[in-house]
Design a protein around this ligand. Structure first.
Ligand SMILES: [Zn+2]
Length: 363
């Protein structure tokens, strides 16, 4: 689920959390020089301790290490994103391989300049071996298997351009950083956050306005209900019929008995609910035109006021009405207990008062 600030529910996705644990081993493999565990893994899985996991073949033998290397996630895009988070930072150029490693922003040079790579004599060479210091200036120097054609020389010129800002420094060693955390170190939290944003369903991103909900202005269970209402995920009768929880013929709204109970109908379109919204607007001398969707309704309702404090109150009012309608609907459906329109309106005002901590709107 999407984090709250992205408009989601803020509940961690178990798959992402699990992958974050597995991915920690990718981080440790690339950062730790050669501790015992790494020696064992490399000898059992036939891996090169100096090369990042992404550039090594997946071990053929099963077991946990194979799972770690495979990093099975349903979307390849997500896998790419994770792996791209481990980026190499050039220090003295003693461990980063010039052609094969991704140490420049746009991936490995062998992929960017395949032709030059194919004629290079420096396969596997580290960055520090692909040039020399001339005083304070670093001079790149390449060796080719044969004389280059004119058009290949153009490529060499492009390669030099790509390398313009890159040069080794003797002040520090090459290192691997996790670029999704500002400290550069891997953390579960930064992993989960980055990946959650990647997997936000369209439904949530198109409802990004729902981030306005998680402000702690009303109790969490009320925030949750408002969120479900706005993304259309409340278990109204139409949904329960679709899920075959309810009898196919039991679809009518319990408030008005006139139309099918959908999220839109129950919380906006229903005659009863409509009158509750109108009663609020009437009480504060406002008028409105009928919004076509709950989203439009929420936006116009919460943007009605100019002042922030007043907007908060309209938001609380919105939550109070949605909550009262839901309670009323459940009372009628499960306890056969119905309130009058006046009682419903009063209850919604009472809830809002309670959450505001006084008279709504100071009136
Ligand atoms: Zn109705």
């Amino acid at each position: 689920m999407a984090p709250k600030k992205e408009g989601g529910l803020g509940v961690g996705d178990a798959v992402i959390r699990n992958t974050a644990l597995l991915f920690k081993w990718w981080w440790r493999f690339s950062r730790e020089d050669c501790p015992l565990w790494k020696k064992v893994v490399c000898s059992c899985a036939n891996m090169d301790p100096a090369v990042m996991i992404r550039d090594q073949p997946v071990p053929t033998r099963g077991g946990p290490w194979k799972d770690i290397c495979q990093l099975q996630v349903c979307e390849p895009r997500l896998r790419e994103k994770m792996i791209s988070g481990l980026s190499m930072e050039l220090g003295n150029g003693r461990t980063i391989r010039f052609w094969e490693d991704s140490w420049l922003p746009n991936g490995a040079l062998k992929d960017k300049f395949p032709r030059l790579f194919s004629v290079s004599n420096l396969h596997g060479a580290v960055v520090g071996d692909c040039g020399f210091w001339d005083g304070l200036e670093w001079i790149w120097s390449f060796q080719w298997r044969r004389e280059l054609f004119q058009w290949e020389l153009d490529l060499v010129r492009q390669l030099h351009e790509t390398l313009q800002l890159a040069k080794p420094t003797n002040e520090r060693e090459d290192t691997v950083i996790w670029k999704f955390d500002k400290t550069g170190a891997y953390s579960m939290n930064s992993f989960v956050q980055t990946m959650q944003v990647e997997v936000l369903p369209d439904e949530i991103t198109s409802y990004s306005f729902t981030r306005a909900i998680w402000k702690g202005l009303v109790p969490p269970r009320i925030e949750l209900l408002s969120w479900f209402v706005l993304v259309g995920r409340v278990n109204t009768k139409d949904r329960l019929c679709r899920l075959r929880v309810l009898d196919q013929n039991d679809r009518l709204c319990v408030l008005c008995s006139k139309a099918e109970e959908t999220v839109f109908h129950l919380f906006l379109g229903c005659d009863i609910t409509w009158q509750v919204w109108c009663a609020w607007l009437h009480a504060f001398g406002r008028s409105w035109c009928s919004p076509g969707t709950l989203k439009a309704h929420f936006e116009s309702w919460t943007n009605m006021a100019v002042w922030k404090v007043e907007r908060k109150r309209w938001f609380i009012g919105f939550s109070a009405i949605v909550w009262t309608i839901w309670i009323e609907r459940n009372g009628r459906l499960f306890r056969n207990k119905a309130s009058t329109l006046r009682e419903i309106v009063n209850k919604s005002f009472a809830s809002a008062e309670e959450w505001i901590g006084g008279e709504p709107f100071g009136c």
